[in-house]
Design a protein around this ligand. Structure first.
Ligand SMILES: [Zn+2]
Length: 115
């Protein structure tokens, strides 16, 4: 068996995709949903990782630079894919042993990054 913990975060941000042929070329916002998966094994406490420990890292290293920001100020061409890759880079740099990230840009559209 394999086991993992998954935490979910919602944040709001604006962006523009200048190359887009449709409405995404105009300034608009999304309520993004980020799911962070950290896979096993269990430690001596019987957990993969304490939810609060995951939260602390995600809040400090990801949400602090994305929530309620204009993503074009943070990242060039902030597509969902590029935002998700940035999240992965930052969580890796912060030492979080994540195994999968899913970033929902809309209710029915998401991207997945696996490590
Ligand atoms: Zn958009």
């Amino acid at each position: 068996m394999r086991i993992a913990v998954v935490r979910r975060y919602d944040f709001d941000a604006a962006h523009v995709l200048p190359w887009h042929q449709g409405k995404c070329a105009r300034l608009h916002g999304h309520t993004y949903r980020l799911e962070v998966t950290v896979a096993g094994p269990l430690d001596h406490r019987g957990v993969v990782m304490d939810f609060a420990e995951v939260d602390e890292i995600v809040e400090r290293h990801v949400l602090a630079i994305l929530d309620h920001y204009h993503l074009n100020d943070v990242l060039e061409n902030p597509t969902a894919e590029r935002v998700a890759l940035l999240v992965g880079e930052r969580l890796t740099a912060a030492g979080l042993p994540w195994s999968q990230l899913r970033l929902w840009e809309t209710a029915d559209g998401s991207v997945v990054v696996e490590r």
